[in-house]
Design a protein around this ligand. Structure first.
Ligand code: FAD
Length: 460
């Protein structure tokens, strides 16, 4: 048997993609070093301290169908800290309804697909009877689409919805309600292929597929503390505050990774950094058209954080219609807030128009909107108000982006790519990031002739 520990791998980037690749390579017996430029692991899904609060940079949710991210949670021993709701249940509050605010719910019944959503759709109050019927017809048409068909990537989701009889209201009150949060773009700016992936997998694959999961602890506990523990017990050396500056071939054919303050040599390098950084680090000839990576756009997400002096929201979360507010989450327990009151995070996807607005302007906009949605917030004292801005939260899921996303293998032996932005078939999600880590590690191990059982196949 080979002495596999002498086969060394360097994983660059300690987001979910890099952590996954490092775990997989170490589990297969390679000696792995993970280098991360920042002081912490977790990449785009992290936490920080603000006074007594531990704040997530942005609300992160996943669905029961996110099998790879669920594998990740299990692998770092964090599944119990980020459970999935027993059954899909999303309160949707429309404040623009002429008769006064009206609450609807998107929830499933314990029935097989597609009947599981039938009653919820039939009684969804934010659409007319004709609109509800049209949604059912469009869902059946969507079920026939193959998200992997490259032709779908050339079409925008709104055009397809229009062709399938969806009114502007149906798009706003249903398709975009889910689509903006999962794709980080409205229907006119989203690839039909990616939209089909989300809706088909989430709503039409299995009855429980869209049940929502979220961390009941700060993200940093899962993606940094527990991930680091799992990596270290797998034998991975984790070097944070260590930025990779260049990658080149050595004379003996292995790779040399220059770091700010050192050098590493390895047979395998997994580059698990964002697309722009990947472009800058890629050695000459590793991709046929490296500049394609620069064509992959980015999209921002804004979170508005409000601490009230009293409880203003009874539900763990809700979505809003007829308001600039998109989704609101109760963050009180998960942030460690111990005082009297409640901490809410307003999660605003596709936030290009607001991402640069000053805090005072966002405060003047969002506090009155929250009062409209939450009567108990009227008259409540604001103990804290702040915003987190992620300008490059996700890759932009625009039509045509599929042609730009590279697969894990490069033209350079021993060099692999990972990241939610690579060709996973998924939009920019934790699920996509973990899947990309599997792909990169799987490709590396197969080139080395090492057996590799894909964790999701193992689970199946
Ligand atoms: C506000 C917000 C909300 C989101 N909401 C959701 C959600 O609800 N559900 C969901 O599934 N997804 C959500 N996402 C998306 C999800 O967080 C990302 O898709 C995923 O975390 C990306 O992981 P990654 O490993 O591919 O990349 P990243 O997290 O970007 O990791 C790349 C890492 O590489 C490091 N790095 C870069 N250059 C170097 C270098 N030269 N040397 C060493 N290290 C380097 C970076 O510091 C970073 O840690 C959200 C993202 C944001 C920002």
């Amino acid at each position: 048997m080979n002495d596999t520990r002498s086969q060394r791998a360097v994983v660059i980037g300690g987001g979910l993609a890099g952590i996954t690749a490092a775990l997989e390579l170490a589990d297969a017996g390679l000696g792995v070093t993970l280098v991360e430029g920042r002081p912490r692991l977790g990449g785009l899904a992290f936490s920080f301290r603000r006074g007594d609060l531990t704040v997530d940079n942005g609300q992160h949710v996943y669905l029961r169908c996110c099998t790879a991210y669920r594998w990740f949670l299990d692998r770092v021993d964090g599944a119990e800290l980020a459970p999935v709701q027993a059954r899909l249940d999303v309160p949707v509050l429309d404040v623009a309804h002429p008769g006064g605010p009206r609450l609807g719910r998107l929830r499933r019944d314990p029935l097989p697909v597609p009947l599981h959503l039938g009653r919820s759709l039939a009684t969804y109050p934010h659409l007319s009877l004709a609109e509800r019927a049209s949604v059912g017809r469009a869902a059946l048409a969507l079920k026939k689409l193959d998200p992997a068909d490259p032709a779908l990537d050339d079409v925008d989701f709104a055009t397809w919805l229009g062709r399938h009889g969806q009114s502007d209201r149906t798009i706003e009150a249903l398709w975009d309600l889910v689509g903006v949060a999962t794709l980080n773009a409205t229907a006119p700016h989203a690839s039909l292929g990616l939209a089909a992936m989300v809706f088909k997998t989430g709503l039409l694959s299995e009855a429980g597929a869209a049940d929502i999961g979220w961390a009941r602890v700060p993200l940093g506990e899962l993606h940094d503390t527990l991930a680091r523990k799992a990596l270290e017990s797998a034998g991975v050396r984790v070097d944070t505050r260590t930025k990779a500056e260049s990658i080149s071939r050595t004379e003996n054919g292995s790779w040399r990774v220059e770091l700010a303050g050192g050098t590493l040599e390895a047979e395998v390098v997994v580059l698990a950094v964002p697309q722009k950084e990947t472009h800058d680090l890629l050695p000459e000839g590793a991709l046929d058209e490296p500049d394609k990576l620069l064509g992959i756009g980015t999209a921002p997400i804004l979170n508005v954080h409000v601490v009230y002096d009293r409880k203003v929201l009874k539900q763990p979360f809700f979505a809003a219609l007829g308001s600039p507010v998109q989704w609101v989450f109760d963050r009180t327990d998960s942030s460690g807030f111990t005082g009297q009151g409640q901490y809410l995070a307003v999660s605003q996807s596709d936030a290009g128009d607001e991402i640069e607005l000053p805090v005072a302007e966002l405060r003047a906009r969002y506090l009155p909107e929250l009062e409209k949605l939450l009567p108990a917030a009227r008259g409540a004292e604001i103990l804290d108000f702040f915003v987190t801005r992620e300008r490059t939260a996700t890759f932009a899921p625009t039509p045509g982006v599929g042609r730009l996303r590279p697969s894990a293998r490069t033209r350079a032996d021993g060099l692999y790519l990972a990241g939610a932005w690579t060709a996973t078939g998924w939009p920019a999600t934790m699920e996509g990031a973990v899947r990309s880590g599997f792909s990169a590690a799987g490709a590396a191990l197969s080139t080395l002739g090492r057996p590799h059982v894909h964790p999701l196949q193992e689970a199946a």
